[in-house]
Design a binder for this molecule. Structure first.
Ligand code: BG6
Length: 487
């Protein structure tokens, strides 16, 4: 199978914060890969705008180093790399002051290419930069603006940000990235559900016992202690990535695979989430170092911190499809394995025709592994092979994307490759709309408020364990179990 690549029209992409971490690790490698793939043409321009006093030559040199570290090693062809570097330019711009805006305008003014401004900067600069884009003349009617989380820290600030951006750009011009939506396997959720007739008839509370969504990481907070401690797992992961996954798994079939049709359905899920009162269905934890490794509190250099590095929530969706089927969501750092998956656990067979000696039947489980080792497993009960009468056992029907599609010559691109190209193509399907972001905050705000006012500290859990005891209890008390965390 050969990947079908449709080249995009040449574009001007201005990356504010173009010397920063995200640009170095994700954005520029993604653009390089897309150019190699023949999708983005070399006569496009990528202009980094940042505060450092650099010229285009030294910026290119930095990017060359960054690609050595972060692009796929087998793709580092010197000639193609040199061609990519020629598309790069650098402008020194002061996001809040006057400096540099004229130079940026000069670079862009004679170009009729479509413009993208990617704000890879702290959120407090979103407003000021957008305003300058308008007053400096850089904004055109076809300009697209890309922003990334945190999109506010509660409903009020998210609304204020949306309002501010709306005074400068139309909603059709604003691309709010949640990089989980760009992951191949996450997009595959929609293909799995809506391109196969098999699942839809049983995708409801009559047949589904419960759903588990896990995003577990082995890493701690690393060098982002300051940011993380102000946000915690609730703001950093739950409000966005996990709720987005929940939307995709729970939404009704959209009428079309089109931006507003998909986003309307996701919004309905968010609006149907049962409000949580207090922390009865919420477990928060903080990792404890083992073998001499630092605790969460040491990592964030805040001995009194009550911020959670783990959270598990039992969520209910009050609508016809899901009434009575709980969704258990958990995410955390320093857990046993890096593992993100969605598991749909079906109800038991209504009646067993087999004798007790056969062993019981087991519920079917459809597990969608998002990372690592992306794939899909369907757990089935079959007869144990061989003599000895009828004995039942469980087997996985296992499909790994890398094996199945790799054998056909396709590889799995990074989320940013897909998302940046979607911005350039003008496709907002995988981006969050203003009302979605607000609905997610509206639901999670009371949980965060309870977490911030409770006298209970997050429960400690050992690094590289499955998380706090109480998270296990959240499931046990309903007669259910989390799936094992294993890579
Ligand atoms: C980011 C969070 O949005 O997602 C990080 O801020 C987290 O804390 C990261 O580590 C996880 O992303 P991925 O793609 O590595 O699963």
């Amino acid at each position: 199978m050969v990947a079908r690549v449709i080249p995009v029209d040449p574009f001007d992409l201005v990356v504010f914060g173009g010397t920063g971490d995200l640009a170095r690790r994700k954005l520029l490698p993604a653009l390089y890969h897309r150019m190699l793939g023949g999708q983005a043409l070399p006569d496009s321009r990528i202009i980094a705008a940042a505060r450092s006093d650099l010229d285009a030559g030294s910026f290119r040199h930095r990017v060359k180093e960054a690609l050595r570290d972060h692009a796929a090693p087998e793709k580092l062809d010197p000639e193609r790399l040199a061609a990519f570097l020629t598309t790069l330019d650098y402008v020194r711009v002061d996001a809040q002051g006057e400096d540099g805006w004229d130079s940026l305008f000069d670079r862009l003014k004679d170009s009729e290419r479509m413009r993208v401004f990617y704000l890879s900067v702290a959120p407090q600069f979103f407003g000021p930069i957008s305003e300058r884009l308008a007053t400096s003349g850089c904004r055109t009617p076809d300009t697209r603006l890309v922003v990334e989380k945190p999109l506010g820290r509660d409903l009020e600030s998210a609304r204020a940000l949306n309002r501010q951006l709306a005074t400068i750009f139309e909603e059709r011009q604003i691309y709010r990235i949640d990089h989980y939506l760009g992951k191949e396997t996450v997009q595959n959720l929609m293909a799995l559900r809506f391109a196969n007739a098999l699942f839809e008839p049983i995708w409801n509370a009559r047949h589904v016992d419960h759903v588990q969504i896990t995003v577990a990481e082995r890493v701690g907070v690393g060098g982002r202690g300051n940011y993380y401690d102000r946000n915690g797992a609730l703001r950093d992961m739950m409000q966005n990535h996990l709720l987005q996954l929940l939307c995709l798994i729970a939404m009704e079939p959209p009428a079309h695979f089109e931006p507003d049709a998909v986003r309307d359905e996701k919004l309905k899920v968010l609006r149907s989430l049962k409000p949580l009162v207090g922390l009865g269905n919420v477990v928060r934890g903080q990792y404890r170092g083992i073998n001499g490794e630092a605790d969460y509190l040491e990592d964030v250099e805040n001995p009194g911190s009550r911020t959670e590095s783990f959270v598990a929530i039992k969520v209910e969706i009050a609508n016809w499809r899901w009434n009575g089927t709980p969704f258990y969501l958990r995410t955390g750092k320093r857990l046993r394995a890096r593992m993100s998956e969605i598991a749909v656990v079906f109800k038991d067979a209504p009646h067993s025709i087999f004798p007790e000696s056969a062993g019981g039947t087991h519920p079917n489980v459809l597990a969608i592994r998002l990372q690592p080792d992306e794939g899909i497993t369907l757990r089935l009960t079959i007869k144990e092979p061989g003599p000895g009468g009828m004995r039942l056992c469980e087997v996985p029907l296992d499909m790994t994307f890398a094996e199945t599609l790799g054998a056909q010559g396709l590889s799995i691109p990074d989320a940013y490759e897909r998302l940046v190209m979607d911005v350039i193509r003008g496709d907002q399907t995988l981006f969050m709309r203003d009302d979605e972001v607000e609905a997610a905050w509206r639901w999670i705000d009371p949980i965060i408020a309870s977490a911030e006012t409770t006298s209970e500290r997050p429960q400690p859990y050992d690094s590289y364990s499955s998380g706090p005891e109480d998270a296990l209890m959240l499931m046990h008390r309903d007669g259910r179990r989390w799936r094992a965390l294993a890579a």
